[in-house]
Design a protein around this ligand. Structure first.
Ligand SMILES: Nc1ncnc2c1ncn2[C@@H]1O[C@H](COP(=O)(O)OP(=O)(O)OP(=O)(O)O)[C@@H](O)[C@H]1O
Ligand SMILES: [Mg+2]
Length: 252
């Protein structure tokens, strides 16, 4: 197993009386793609926002690279590549210019890196076009280019394939697998159960802010609806969708 890049311990966030994230302890490891699943409102984005320093946890702690330090927002921005749900680009600037403007947050990024990330996400030929003229999927690709810009060890992606066409999805999956193989730790929040089943090494299912199930893909596929592991149900007969709904039922 790769070394732990991010560890949360009993991470909790409340909004008024509502507990959005409830005692979540997880690890993102080098070389691993960790899938983060859960219904709408389960607490995925809130967890991600705490990992990125965009929200202050109510309690619990976050360790990065083995250090419990109080990380500043700017240190987190430089240490973690991220694709958020709703990146707002400047519509009247070109894709390249947008990346140049946003790159300032990460410190010094060499110019060739901007061309490199545009190439990685398949937007090389559109680099000089205004973002105003981009389709939804193209903006998503540009968001991904932005997340790759600082070349960090940790990548946190909130629904990265949402809005991509099948070719874009496949290219992204291959890219994520390549990046994990190269030693990056990837945290992938998604609603696409098949996507998570195909590319993730480990999975966490969140329900009402709490971890309802976690394990490797095979471990979860072998889990029966009673919560026990069995060899009677061959895992190839089950898929993550069945497991997901079983887990949510059990957690009621
Ligand atoms: N700023 C906020 N103020 C009050 N409540 C919030 C705030 N942000 C999130 N919440 C609440 O916290 C809970 C978790 O929301 P969150 O956005 O983390 O869910 P999610 O798992 O990302 O859902 P989705 O799949 O819809 O993106 C929800 O009940 C939501 O209403
Ligand atoms: Mg969300």
């Amino acid at each position: 197993m790769g070394k732990v890049l991010v560890r949360t311990t009993r991470l909790t966030k409340t909004f008024g009386h509502h507990i959005a994230v409830d005692s979540v302890s997880l690890e993102i490891r080098a070389g691993d793609i960790l899938g983060f699943l859960g219904p709408n409102g389960a607490g995925k984005t809130t967890t991600i926002n705490m990992l990125l320093g965009l929200l202050q946890p109510t309690s619990g702690c976050i360790e990065l690279f083995g250090e419990k330090a109080a990380w500043t927002k700017s240190q987190l921005r430089k240490g973690i590549g991220t694709l958020l749900d709703d990146v707002q680009f400047y519509p009247y600037l070109s894709a390249k210019k947008n990346l140049t403007v946003f790159s300032k947050v990460f410190g010094k990024i060499p110019n060739p890196r901007i061309d490199e990330v545009l190439n990685i996400v398949g937007l090389s030929s559109r680099g000089d076009d205004k973002v105003r003229d981009f389709s939804h999927g193209m903006k998503k690709r540009l968001g991904l280019a932005l997340s790759l810009l600082p070349d960090t060890d940790i990548l946190i992606l909130d629904e990265p394939t949402n809005g991509l066409d099948p070719k874009g999805i496949k290219a992204l999956h291959n890219l994520l697998k390549r990046l994990a193989k190269a030693g990056k730790g990837i945290f992938l929040s998604s609603h696409l159960l098949r996507e998570v089943e195909i590319i993730c090494d480990r999975i966490i299912i969140l329900r009402k802010g709490r971890i309802a199930a976690e394990g490797s893909v095979n471990e979860l596929l072998q889990k029966t609806s009673s919560g026990k592991f069995t060899h009677k149900t061959p895992h190839y007969c089950r898929n993550l969708e069945e497991v997901f709904f079983d887990v949510l039922k059990e957690a009621k």
